[in-house]
Each structure stands twice: as structure tokens, then as C-alpha cells.
Design a protein around this ligand. Structure first.
Ligand code: SAM
Length: 401
């Protein structure tokens, strides 16, 4: 086998073109070793704003990927260039390609593409920032006022989970309203707390989707409502983004609501929010429940289920699961098409379930009623939401029983 090395002049050209920031796209070399092939490539990437290189080595079907500093990449390139034997080297740059083939007999065949002017990305693939709802418009002052970003515009580590939850919640709002014929949206945010979601929804749906949005946050904590009202003034949206200090149960927004949303309202506040959403005749209900205690103690085990309920954590998870299933069934009986989804990753919050409901099906369908009654009666529970909605739901349940 030939031990042919490349001429020094050609090596120098390759080095110069690889470390030319504006030009270089990728270098790949495939060499043949002991009956197999070894492929190594190097491409520029940007990590946290810093130029680096990513190397990929593939040998006998095993792939290894490593990121390098520029200095380490110089050594990596030296290693590529120091390989001998038959091989193919392909250098891709913005102005054209260089292809070198070293044959088994040690002949060096060099070919070059015609001059070209390819576009070079500012931020090559590795950390191209994932487009999020809150990065699709200038949200810098919003995020600063909300305290999600620091003065220099960076998302605070302590707020990363909430930032992700809000972004993913916004994607759901965007999806459910995609076919809405009128570009108006009246939303109530039940248990709005510090109003991250409230403000983010208003800005995202007006700025990006050009909806005319009225939004009202409700919370029983006076301090969070006072601070939300101050933020609305600071952001100059006090007329469109309003707040009520009070209980979800007794508060009334000043408009006819299309959507009720609720992110982590505690325990039966989620049920109260669903009940109010139905009473306000909202078409869309989006609820991500928080802690749920209602069924936890009330679950009584039939013999088959005793073993599950013996363990506190399993009892709690089962109670959560049943609570949301029964909520979904009640909504189905009352005319909603319901999906239960994980709206955000479990790293952002372990409370990542969302009940997504749209009022668009016939109320009181037999299948929805029988599924509900079977489950409820098996567990011998009366869900809080059923009692709360008795004025509407009883007629369906009684006629069926
Ligand atoms: C866990 S925090 C979530 C706040 C906000 N939605 C968020 O995700 O950042 C729950 C909020 O719901 C409010 N809340 C709970 N039950 C309520 C009720 N029945 N009426 C009004 N607010 C309630 C609490 O005061 C609290 O601010």
C-alpha cells in the first residue's frame, strides 16, 4: 500500500481554507483501513456565541462526535492530513470544492469545482437557536418587566422552567386558534399568579398572530394582582390586559370570554376554573392542573386494587390520573372534545399534563356518560366537578342511570 503524503503546498492550502471563517463549510476524509473504511469530518459550529468545530468519526459503523476549540481543531486537521494510504478528501467551502483522491498505487488526483458563491450561515447547525414563541418577536422588554430575563436580556436560570412552560402553552394556544375565523380573542387566565402567561399570551397573539386580544387575569392574592397591574402600566397595555383580585368562583371578566386558561391553579381551583369556563360559555378550555388532593384520601380499594393503594406515592399518582380522567369525561358529557396532552417536557415541570378542550360536540352522548359512570362507580367517588356542575350534568346522568 502506498504511504503517499500530500504535497506541502496542497496541505497549506487546505489549512488556510479550513480556518478561513467566512469560507469554510466542511472537510471529510474517507480512508480505507484493513478491509474497512474510516471516515472523519470537521465542520464549524457556534456554541454559546463562540466559534468551535465539530468532529465526526465513523469506523465500522460506530460514530463518535466531539466538539473542539479552534486550537484542538488544528490538531484534528493535522491528524486528517497526516493519514496515509488510499483515501478521498473533500473540502467544501463557500467559494468552491476541492477533491483529492489518493489511489492505492499512490497517485494523487486533484479536482476542483468551478468558482461559486455559496451562502454561509452565521450560526451553523449545532446550536441554531430553536425558534420559540417568545423569540419570534421582540420580547426583550416584556421578559425584563416580568423578571424572566435579567437586565442583559438573558433568561434567568431560576425562570427557565417557567419560560419553557409559557412557550409551550403559547404553542397550544396558537394551534387551537389557528382556524378561528375572527381574529379576536377574549381570554380569562384563572389563578394567574405573577401573570407570566397572561402577558406572554397577549403579546404573542397580538404581535405575531395579529389577533385583537383582551385578557383578564384572576387571582386571590392581592400582592400578585397589584404587581401585575403595575407591569401592565409599565408595558402600556393596561386597557387590554386587566386583572381582578378575587376568587375564580366569584370573579367576572368585563367581556364575553372565548377561552379560559389556567396554569397550575392549585387543587380544586382547576375544577373551579373549568366550571367557570363552561359557565362563561368559552369555546376553548386549556388547563394544566397542579397539586390535586380531592380524591387522594377518598379512594377506596376494591380487592383487586388494594395492592396499588397501599403505597402512598402510587395512591397519589392514581388519584391524579383518575381526577384528570373524570374531569375529561365530565367535559365530554357537556359537549367538549377533549385531549389530554403533555404540553411541555417533564424537565420544565413535573406537572406537565394539560386538559385541552373545545366545545364542539353534542352534549350527553351515551358513550361519554357510560364511560364516566362506570369509572366513577367503580371507584365509588363523586368528583368535585360533578357536584359543582350538577345543574348542567345531572339531567344526563339521571336519565342514564
Ligand atoms: C401555582 S400558582 C400558578 C400561577 C401562574 N398561573 C403560573 O403558572 O405562574 C397558583 C395561583 O393560583 C391562585 N389561586 C389558587 N386558587 C385560587 C382561587 N380559587 N381563586 C383565585 N386564585 C387562586 C394562587 O393564589 C396562585 O397565585
Amino acid at each position: 500500500m502506498s504511504r503517499t503524503e500530500l504535497p506541502k503546498k496542497l496541505e497549506a492550502e487546505i489549512r488556510q481554507r479550513v480556518f478561513d471563517e467566512k469560507e469554510f463549510l466542511k472537510i471529510t476524509q474517507v480512508s480505507r483501513r484493513g478491509g474497512g473504511t474510516f471516515k472523519i469530518s470537521l465542520r464549524p459550529i457556534v456554541i454559546k456565541g463562540e466559534r468551535r468545530f465539530q468532529g465526526e468519526m465513523v469506523e465500522n459503523g460506530h460514530t463518535q462526535v466531539k466538539n473542539f476549540s479552534c486550537k484542538a481543531a488544528e490538531n484534528g486537521l493535522a491528524e486528517i492530513l497526516s493519514q496515509t494510504g488510499s483515501r478521498d478528501l473533500h473540502l467544501i467551502t463557500a467559494s468552491g470544492d476541492l477533491h483529492i483522491r489518493v489511489t492505492k498505487k499512490g497517485k494523487i488526483l486533484e479536482s476542483r469545482s468551478a468558482e461559486m458563491s455559496r451562502a454561509v450561515e452565521d450560526k451553523p447547525a449545532h446550536d441554531r437557536v430553536k425558534k420559540q414563541p417568545l423569540t419570534s418577536f421582540d420580547s426583550s422588554s416584556l421578559l425584563r418587566v416580568l423578571g424572566i430575563a435579567s437586565a442583559d436580556g438573558k433568561i434567568k436560570a431560576s425562570k427557565r422552567g417557567k419560560y419553557d412552560q409559557v412557550n409551550e402553552f403559547l404553542r397550544v394556544i396558537e394551534a387551537v386558534t389557528a382556524d378561528k375565523p375572527e381574529k379576536t380573542l377574549n381570554i380569562v387566565d384563572c389563578g394567574c399568579g405573577k401573570a407570566y402567561l397572561t402577558f406572554a399570551t397577549w403579546f404573542y397573539m397580538t404581535r405575531v398572530h395579529e389577533f385583537d386580544v383582551q385578557i383578564c387575569g384572576i387571582d386571590r392574592r392581592a400582592d400578585v394582582i397589584e404587581s401585575a397591574q403595575r407591569m401592565a402600566a409599565d408595558l402600556d397595555v393596561s386597557e387590554q390586559v386587566t386583572f381582578i383580585h378575587g376568587d375564580i368562583e366569584s370573579s367576572e371578566p368585563a367581556f364575553n370570554a372565548d377561552m379560559m386558561m389556567s396554569l397550575h391553579a392549585c387543587d380544586t381551583a382547576t375544577d373551579e376554573a373549568l366550571a367557570r369556563g363552561m359557565e362563561w360559555k368559552c369555546r376553548y378550555l386549556l388547563c394544566s392542573p397542579c397539586c390535586q388532593h380531592e380524591l387522594h384520601k377518598g379512594l377506596k380499594a376494591s380487592n383487586e386494587m388494594k395492592a396499588v393503594l397501599r403505597h402512598g406515592i402510587l395512591r397519589e399518582r392514581l388519584a391524579d390520573l383518575l381526577t384528570d380522567t373524570l374531569r375529561a369525561q365530565i367535559l365530554r358529557i357537556l359537549g367538549f372534545r377533549v385531549n389530554i396532552i403533555e404540553f411541555v417536557s417533564s424537565e420544565a415541570t413535573s406537572r406537565n399534563i394539560m386538559i385541552k378542550a373545545e366545545f364542539c360536540v353534542k352534549c350527553g352522548q351515551n358513550g361519554a356518560i357510560s364511560d364516566y359512570l362506570e369509572l366513577r362507580d367503580y371507584w365509588k367517588v363523586t368528583p368535585w366537578l360533578e357536584s359543582r356542575m350538577s345543574a348542567l350534568i345531572d339531567k344526563y346522568l339521571k336519565n342514564f342511570e
